[in-house]
Design a protein around this ligand. Structure first.
Ligand SMILES: [Fe+2]
Ligand SMILES: [Fe+2]
Length: 227
């Protein structure tokens, strides 16, 4: 399959995007370890930061196996609005934002890695299965600590952070389908469209939000891009 230029280029693109996302998560969570508000939070966040670093490292090892040339690495360097948005927000991050990242963004990551765990590229599928197990822990951390934050501070203090990250999270999946969607599915590199992943996200999130006594944020637009 790796003789096929189309397959190889799509695989490299996905691996590159994934490596960048994992590195970003590793950097953000690492920065917050020493600012965690309590011993449990610190311990768990340090574990998450370590695991994200392993996810990044494992992903670049899979990329090495594909034997990417420096030019290809440059060609596929991702430029995503998501990072621009999060970098603009970063100086104003608070602890509750970090919780929302684990609660919402790691859930989005989980759903994407679910696709990769069924990848037609076996080394990637094997590694993605390990990543999936750890991403479950990140979401659990998000659930438990957002709930604890609500108990401690009350919903009015937590709801604004949820409102802020909700749109970012829904937009994270991208447009419902792209011109590449069918290609990825045909090549066995993904098995769902962006919209199917977004719907799975809503299904897994909305109930939790209500159970915590928070409200599912209202949207000004009901379709992508959500504002
Ligand atoms: Fe990760
Ligand atoms: Fe994660």
């Amino acid at each position: 399959m790796m003789q096929d230029g189309e397959y190889r280029s799509k695989l490299i693109k996905l691996l590159n995007d994934q490596a960048r996302a994992e590195l970003e998560a590793s950097t953000i969570y690492s920065r917050w370890v020493h600012k965690a508000p309590g011993p449990e939070e610190r311990l768990h966040l340090a574990e998450i930061a370590h695991e994200e670093t392993e996810h990044w490292y494992g992903t670049i090892k899979v990329l090495e196996g594909v034997k990417v040339t420096p030019q290809e690495a440059k060609d596929y360097a991702g430029r995503s609005w998501f990072y621009t948005v999060s970098h603009v927000l970063i100086p104003r991050y608070r602890w509750v934002d970090i919780l929302m990242l684990t609660f919402l963004i790691d859930r989005g990551a989980f759903l994407l890695v679910e696709d990769f765990a069924r990848s037609s590229y076996a080394p990637w599928a094997r590694f993605a299965k390990r990543v999936l197990e750890e991403e479950v822990g990140h979401m659990d951390f998000g659930n438990d600590f957002v709930r604890a934050q609500v108990d401690k501070l009350g919903t009015p203090k937590v709801q604004p952070a949820l409102n802020k990250w909700w749109r970012v999270a829904l937009n994270m999946f991208g447009p419902p389908t792209t011109r590449h969607t069918q290609q990825y599915i045909r090549l066995g590199l993904k098995y769902r469209s962006n919209e199917e992943r977004r719907q799975a996200f809503l299904l897994s999130c909305e109930q939790q939000i209500k159970e915590m006594g928070l409200q599912v944020p209202k949207l000004y637009r009901q379709s992508y891009p959500f504002i």
